[in-house]
Design a protein around this ligand. Structure first.
Ligand SMILES: [Zn+2]
Length: 258
């Protein structure tokens, strides 16, 4: 299991990224997780290697440059080469959801199948322009929809591949799923954008499709993670792995495979 970083965008003002969050009500949390009142993030992906198969979880912003993130180009290809994997070696991509920053490299993976939770695929294929903000709709239409014959829809709660289960966590998008790996690690997708949301699940990122449902999901998911003692992986956290505590999050330094 390797955490990969596709790109690092410039820090954004908290008032932009979390527009409704009453950040000044908890200056302690803001100082810890949103230093300088800025939201610092990554566009992260994950590589699972088992029995000669290479499985990616999420596919970044793509080679770019991506117009929506001015000047930003993904480097997932280079990050993979650092662990001796080529784009053509990827057998399967498991998506947490189908936003612009999670599907970008799909057209550059010539031998990959794509596993997507059925409600998420149905949402983006059936809702048209109403599926999400215009940049997400456009990215879906140009990036993933042309590859539809390689998409395998997975029932939520079921395996996308051996020991990799899609766990329904709706709200950020209607069919958003966490990816549970071996009952040990939960790749949480965008259920959390920043560790501050573990203590403050109602501090919604501007990209949450349904803020109330996303908030409810964060509450339920935090209880489940604590009860199951899962390690948490989050592609938008600055440090990709961590342990949840009763009141927050402790980043862990896990590098390379393991
Ligand atoms: Zn995202």
């Amino acid at each position: 299991m390797t955490a990969l970083t596709d790109a690092v965008p410039p820090a954004a003002p908290v008032a932009y990224s979390f527009p409704e969050a009453p950040v000044e009500s908890r200056p302690d949390l803001a100082a810890r997780w949103l230093p300088g009142r800025e939201f610092r993030t990554r566009f992260g992906c994950w590589l699972l290697q088992k029995a000669g198969r290479n499985v990616l979880v999420d596919a970044g912003i793509g080679p770019g440059p991506v117009a929506y993130f001015p000047g930003l180009a993904g480097r997932l290809d280079a990050a993979l080469r650092e662990v001796s994997v080529q784009l053509a070696d990827i057998d399967l991509v498991v998506f947490t959801h189908l936003h612009i920053d999670h599907i970008g490299w799909a057209p550059n993976l010539p031998n990959a199948a794509f596993a997507i939770a059925q409600p998420e695929w149905e949402h983006w294929t059936r809702q048209g322009d109403a599926a999400g903000k215009p940049h997400h709709v456009e990215a879906f239409r140009t990036t993933l929809l042309p590859l539809a014959e390689r998409v395998r829809q997975v029932a939520p709660g079921h395996e996308a591949t051996e020991a990799v289960v899609l766990l329904p966590t709706p709200g950020h998008t209607p069919g958003h799923c966490g990816v549970l790996v071996g009952e040990l690690l939960l790749i949480a997708g965008d259920a959390w954008h920043n560790p501050v949301q573990i203590a403050k699940p109602g501090w919604c990122h501007r990209a949450d499709h349904d803020p109330a449902q996303a908030t409810a999901t964060r509450r339920v998911l935090a209880r489940r993670v604590l009860a199951e003692d899962w390690v948490v992986g989050a592609g938008h956290f600055e440090v990709p792995f961590g342990r949840m505590t009763r009141h927050g999050f402790e980043p862990m330094m896990l590098r390379g495979s393991g």
